[in-house]
Design a protein around this ligand. Structure first.
Ligand code: PLP
Length: 425
């Protein structure tokens, strides 16, 4: 139905949400109990959280105290628990916590939920704002339309979409196989007086690449030298063994770092919309103004539950981490047995897989995968600027965390089947 009013052009021209696009391919697959659809598209936890966590959520939701508004920066309990958790994960210097409660803001998700926009007005500028907002709020606080933000490719598509929606200029930093690691020297060449931030995601979505601590240290030096913010989205950090980096413990991190985290994956509660933004209180002052419009406060039952869960569910989370690390090995071995298909990089939730069909775009291959053999996975085109050469467009992201290992073990036979069908498709 037509409408008489005009919409924001930046939003209209941003990419369509990719997961529903893949869902449309999947609906064309004639799934049956013997031949079910295997959905490895959206990065989602493959199993629910422990029953104790679920019952704590239920109790918290049933408590009248959590029905009221809370502090806009999140409740103190979860903020201090996360500050302690960061010290445990990243180490501390001389026993002092590297992150204080004032550095932590809890948000309704780490990301943005671009399918659920709400309209909010800040000063006189109308803006389209999402409901899950650590990344969005960070960008709004940092940059104005026309400013530049450097994003390594392949990128996390919601990062690209939010930059476009906000009218920011996205500067791609191309990362090449086999490692897909971004180059600090290459990045330095892209910094201009309009650059406001460099955005990194480690462990990476979509490639699964885990950025070594020394690499992150080089980006930290670059950010400090060129006076730009370094935004590091560490949504998947709990799925990796060892210290992700030493920026909190060893550097003057508040001067340049903005750390983003999500409770969606580690705690298996994406529907409860909880994330966090860790940055200098000087920056948080700006974020507060935005959050007052965006969220007023994050969901309170989930906050109370996660405050408890940060310490209480550590052994369970370690178990999930070990399971996923093992699964990465299993998946790689399984694909070794299928002609032409190869895991290029992998880590945490994702395997970035090279397909064997020269001259075919990843989007074509992903659509055929879903329609003909019932595997839903996302093509590299969803995570990249347009490719100059179709043979560079050779990667498909499989989210191997989504299903049990037994289900994952059905993937090779389906890929073999696609290899057989391919000449006739
Ligand atoms: C890198 C990255 N950041 C953020 C998110 C979303 O986090 P949340 O559910 O907390 O908004 C995702 C989810 O896929 C992600 O991959």
């Amino acid at each position: 139905m037509s409408i008489v009013y005009a919409c924001n052009e930046n939003v209209a021209h941003s990419a369509a949400p990719p997961i529903p696009l893949a869902g449309a391919w999947a609906r064309r697959f004639p799934a049956s109990p013997d031949n079910p659809l295997i959905n490895l598209s959206q990065g989602v936890p493959g199993a629910p959280p422990p029953p104790e966590l679920l019952s704590k959520l239920g109790e918290a939701a049933a408590d009248p105290k959590t029905t009221g508004y809370g502090a806009l920066q999140g409740d103190d309990g979860i903020r201090s628990a996360l500050a302690r958790d960061i010290a445990q994960t990243y180490g501390n210097k001389g026993g002092a916590l590297p992150v204080n409660v004032e550095d932590v803001v809890v948000t309704a998700g780490c990301n943005l939920a671009s399918r659920r926009l709400l309209i909010c007005s800040i000063a006189t500028t109308p803006l389209m704002l999402p409901r899950g907002q650590a990344f969005y709020a960070t960008l709004l606080a940092l940059a104005a339309p026309g400013d530049e933000v450097i994003l390594p490719t392949p990128w996390y598509f919601n990062h690209q979409m939010s930059l476009n929606q906000l009218g920011l200029s996205l500067v791609p930093l191309r990362c090449a196989p086999p490692s897909f690691l971004p180059s600090p020297a290459g990045c330095a060449q892209l910094v201009t007086p309009r650059t406001k931030a460099i955005v990194l995601v480690s462990p990476n979505n979509p490639t699964g690449a885990i950025y070594p601590p020394e690499l992150l240290r080089q980006f930290a030096e670059l950010a400090q030298e060129r006076k730009v913010a370094l935004i590091v989205d560490e949504t998947y950090r709990e799925f990796v063994t060892g210290r992700p980096h030493d920026l909190f413990a060893e550097t003057d991190w508040r001067s340049y770092l903005i750390h983003l985290f999500s409770f969606s994956k580690s705690y298996a509660i994406p529907g409860h919309r909880l994330g966090a933004l860790v940055a200098s209180p000087s920056f948080q002052q700006h974020v507060y103004r935005l959050l007052d419009c965006l969220q007023i406060c994050p969901a309170r039952p989930a906050q109370r539950t996660v405050e408890w869960a940060i310490d209480a569910t550590r052994p369970w989370r370690e178990g999930v981490r070990e399971e996923l690390a093992r699964r990465q090995d299993v998946f790689r071995e399984m694909l070794d047995e299928v002609e032409g298909w190869e895991v290029e990089t992998g880590g945490a939730y994702f395997a970035y897989v090279k397909h064997p069909y020269p001259g075919a775009s990843s989007e074509l291959v992903a659509s055929r995968l879903a329609e003909h053999v019932g595997i839903v996975a996302l093509p590299g085109t969803f995570f990249s600027p347009p490719f100059d050469n179709v043979d560079d467009d050779a990667f498909i992201r499989f989210s191997i965390a989504n299903v049990s290992e037994n289900v994952l073990r059905r993937v090779p036979e389906r890929l073999r089947r696609l290899n057989e069908l391919w000449p006739s498709l």
